[in-house]
Ligand binder design. Structure first.
Ligand SMILES: *Cc1c(COP(=O)(O)O)cnc(C)c1O
Length: 371
């Protein structure tokens, strides 16, 4: 028997006829873009994160890129980004013509802090994009206060943080724009690509609505050089159904995380810490660290447990940035994390019984490696 890392088919099956009925209803309705489903989802999602506006777009990458563009970030600007994030955070900056400036994270939370930002900031810095990595929220209040003093834009990369809370406030409710991804594997995932920006700023929301739709408000009148990046009606309908399950699915992830932490405490692995007062983690991923990561992964595979690595190569040493100023060794925290992190199965598909089997397999594998 193999326990998959993530089984999206099982999550779909759990929704049963409710989701099927919505898909058929929207398909028969004959309106597929910029219609009622999108408006309803935008309203519901904005409400759920505590923001005034939501603008649906085609992907999380577009949510980041278009927000930076809408805020006039571009050539000549520097943008602070975590050194240990998924490549999209960096690519969004690059797509605007601005320069990504890596910020080393705190090794235990894996998120950026004010101290890291302070060490990385440059005279040309215009914006900072904190990432709530693996669903553990970065301290948006502290980061915003730091950025505010320097007149920098803050854009939360919330692609892994649907439903996360920090300082008692949901990610997305801090009065700074947040970019969301609805890639199928995310905590709130579509049946294909999707993304959104939430914001309290009505002018920013309006600019995003222009940019996502060919720069057009009135059909065939094009005010700015926009793109085609829309969240379609079918995906919006899917997301409306799934949004109603998000809290329940996230609390199952929390239970799995608690089980893993309790069972793996004596394995010698570096474990993520559980949320503290005023915090909810979305547990997009449950990531442990081991100096013997690759051997551990191979043993787990042999024991029937599928694991993944998020992420094995940091952005600064990816081929796309080969002509950039960085070389291997320049960002030791990100490089150490990349060499040691391992993601265990977690998700709404995973029963506590299966999580228990995963934990037993991890214990056995670590014992074998030690002995
Ligand atoms: C998934 C992800 C994105 C990009 O989202 P897409 O919808 O795949 O374009 C951006 N940032 C982070 C941290 C992500 O995990």
């Amino acid at each position: 028997m193999t326990i998959p890392f993530l089984d999206l088919g099982a999550a779909y099956a759990e929704l049963g006829e409710e989701l099927d009925a919505e898909l058929v209803r929207v398909a028969r309705g004959g309106r597929y873009l910029l219609g009622e489903e999108l408006l309803a989802f935008e309203r519901e999602f904005a409400h759920s994160v505590g923001a005034r506006h939501c603008v649906g777009v085609a992907t999380g990458l577009d949510a980041l890129t278009l927000t930076l563009r809408a805020c006039n970030v571009g050539a000549g600007d520097d943008v602070l980004v975590p050194s240990n994030t998924f490549i999209a955070t960096w690519l969004a900056v690059t797509a605007t013509g601005a320069r990504p400036v890596p910020v080393e994270p705190d090794a235990s939370t894996r998120n950026v802090t004010e101290a890291g930002l302070e060490a990385a900031v440059t005279p040309a810095t215009r914006a900072v994009v904190p990432v709530h990595l693996y669903g553990r929220p970065a301290d948006t209040s502290a980061i915003s206060a730091w950025a505010h003093g320097r007149s920098l834009l803050v854009l939360e990369d919330a692609a892994q943080a649907h439903g996360a809370v920090v300082g008692g406030r949901p990610v997305g409710s801090f009065g700074v724009p947040a970019a969301w991804s609805f890639y199928p594997g995310k905590n709130l995932g579509a049946l294909g690509d999707g993304g959104a920006v939430t914001t309290d700023d009505s002018e920013l929301a309006e600019r995003l609505r222009l940019l996502r739709n060919y720069g057009s408000r009135v059909k065939y009148v094009h005010e700015v050089s926009g793109v085609n990046s829309r969240l379609d009606e079918l995906q919006a309908a899917v997301l409306r159904v799934k949004l109603r399950r998000l809290a329940e699915w996230n609390s199952r992830r929390q239970e799995i995380a608690e089980l893993y932490v309790a069972k793996l405490v004596d394995t010698g692995l570096v474990l993520p810490s559980l949320p503290g007062q005023g915090e909810v983690f979305s547990w997009h991923l449950f990531v442990v660290r081991s100096p013997q990561r690759d051997a551990l992964r191979a043993r787990l595979r042999a024991l029937g447990v599928e694991t993944l690595i998020h992420y094995s190569t940091p952005p600064h040493v990816q081929p796309v940035y080969a002509s950039g100023p960085w070389k291997s060794g320049d960002l030791p925290v990100a490089e150490e994390l990349a060499a040691t992190v391992l993601s265990l199965p977690i998700g709404p598909h995973l029963t506590l019984a299966s999580a228990h089997l995963v934990a037993e397999a991890v214990k056995r594998a670590t014992q074998e490696l030690a002995g």
